[in-house]
Structure formats: C-alpha cells, structure tokens
Design a protein around this ligand. Structure first.
Ligand code: COA
Length: 240
C-alpha cells in the first residue's frame, strides 16, 4: 500500500495495481498525478517482485477524463515547461518498462487517459467505456504520445478519423478497431483483468518480458532489424 494523493499503488502476488484515484474529477490527469505515476513506474521497473501491472480508474464514471482542465492552459509558463519535460519522461519511462501492462478501462477514457492506455500492452474495457481524444477540439494536439501510439494501434485512417472529427468511440466500436482487446460487462472488468494477469504470471517472466520487447520494439524497426532482434532475444533466453 502507498500514501499517494492521486493514485493508489498496491502489490499482490506479483501483480501491481495502479488506481488513478481522483474520482471527484473523473480521475483527470494532474501534475501531481504525473509526478506520482512517475515515481510508481520507476518502482515497478526496479522491483523484481512485480511481474505484471494492472492500471484502472477509481469511482463509477471514468478511467480518466484526460488532462486536468483546471491546470490546463492556465498554468504559468514555467509550469508548462516543467510539464512538457515530465510528460516526455513519463511516457518514455512507461514505454521502456519490460513488464506487461494491462489497462482495465470503464466509463470515460479521454485524452491522456486514452494515451496512458495506449502505453499498455493489453487493453480491456467495460461495455460502458467511451474513448476520445478531445485535444484538437481544444486547439492543441495530443502531447502524451497519442498522435504516434494511436495510429500504431488502430491504423492511420482510423486514428485521423478520431483526431480530426473529435468523434468518441463506444466500446463495441473500439473493439472493432482493435483499440481494445476485449469488452466485458462492468462487473466483470476487474476480475477479467486479474484473470489475464494470472495467466501472464503462470508463464516464465523472462519469456513474457522478451516477447513484449520483441513485439513492441520490433514494430518500430524494419522487418530485417526486427528479425535480428528476435534472434538476439531468443538466443539470450535459451542461454539464460
Ligand atoms: N479536468 C478537471 N476536472 C474534470 C475533468 C478534467 N479533464 N473532467 C471532468 N472534470 C470534473 C468536472 O469539472 C466535474 O467537477 P465538479 O463536480 O466539481 O463540477 C466532475 O469532474 C464531474 O464531471 P462532469 O462534467 O460533471 O461529468 P459529466 O458526466 O457531466 O461529463 C465529461 C463528463 C467527461 C463529458 C465532461 O466532464 C468533460 O467533457 N470533461 C472534459 C474532458 C476533456 O476535455 N478532457 C481533456 C482532454 S485534453
């Protein structure tokens, strides 16, 4: 257990749970939350006891309704500069962790909330989930990797459709576009995420880590480079 203000961090039998915990503001992603997530992600990366991570939102209405609009556009320049720096760091840190992440999403999954989910490896949603990137409608573009991660997941046309039209997706639409892996009734979401984590943990951790690396790093390489990466990882696994 931890004493963070905006998130809850728990560990149980090799599974780490991160709960975005500002339900009164639909778990909006604030500067404080970013700092706390940064700390927790560092701990997860370095903690050999953590084999898999589940990210979820507190309260009934949202996984995360995006960047905190009360800080957004009103923050003084130094804070914005600090935010930009940290955002780059936190998303880099997120993507560099070689352990599987599962996002368990319900309700509103907007802006940074969706971008957090896009940094995860498996995305599970409840039937009531809605997905959107409102940034362009606010005159900005996604700054937490979304303009890059979204097209890599759902393809260029569907990503541009979402970004240019500002249209939100329902859970069945998100499933059809492969933005989410599976959709469950609300009550089944967390149990199913835990079931998925158990399945992952039942396999050798090093193989889980290497398969994540092979797929995620390989996607940013040419096929030839990707095949070389697979060979290296496979060799390292066999000799481990
Ligand atoms: N930042 C800060 N506070 C937020 C927030 C955000 N992104 N999203 C919601 N909240 C707050 C609301 O201000 C409200 O606070 P209050 O009770 O003190 O008034 C509370 O969360 C509940 O939100 P509310 O708007 O009453 O819920 P709703 O179900 O009627 O509408 C949304 C939900 C998501 C449609 C609406 O809150 C919304 O449009 N939020 C902003 C989404 C957004 O643009 N995110 C930024 C992306 S860059």
């Amino acid at each position: 257990m931890s004493a963070f203000e905006t998130i809850i961090y728990e560990k149980q039998d090799g599974t780490a749970f991160i709960t975005l915990n500002r339900p009164q503001a639909l778990n909006a992603y604030s500067i404080k939350m970013r700092d706390e997530l940064y700390e927790v992600l560092g701990a997860i990366r370095d903690d050999p006891e953590v084999l898999v991570v589940i990210l979820k939102g507190a309260g009934e209405k949202a996984f995360c309704a995006g960047a905190d609009l009360t800080e957004f556009l009103t923050a003084p320049a130094p804070v914005i500069a600090r935010q930009a720096r940290f955002e780059r760091d936190i998303w880099g840190l997120f993507l560099s962790i070689e352990k599987p992440f599962i996002a368990a999403m319900h309700g509103y999954v907007l802006g940074s909330g969706l971008e957090i989910a896009l940094c995860c490896d498996i995305r599970l949603a409840s039937a009531d989930a809605q997905f959107g990137l409102p940034e362009p409608g606010l005159g900005i573009i996604p700054a937490a990797g979304g303009s890059q991660t979204l097209p890599r997941v759902i393809g260029r046309a569907a990503a541009l459709d979402m970004l240019l039209s500002g249209r939100w997706l329902t859970a069945p639409e998100a499933l059809k576009l492969k933005l989410v892996n599976r959709v469950f009734p609300r009550a089944d979401l967390l149990p199913e995420a835990i079931k998925m984590a158990e399945k992952i943990k039942s396999h050798p951790p090093l193989a889980m880590s290497y398969v994540k690396q092979a797929v995620t790093r390989g996607l940013d390489m040419t096929l030839e480079e990707g095949l070389a990466l697979e060979k290296r990882l496979s060799g390292a696994l066999l000799s481990s």
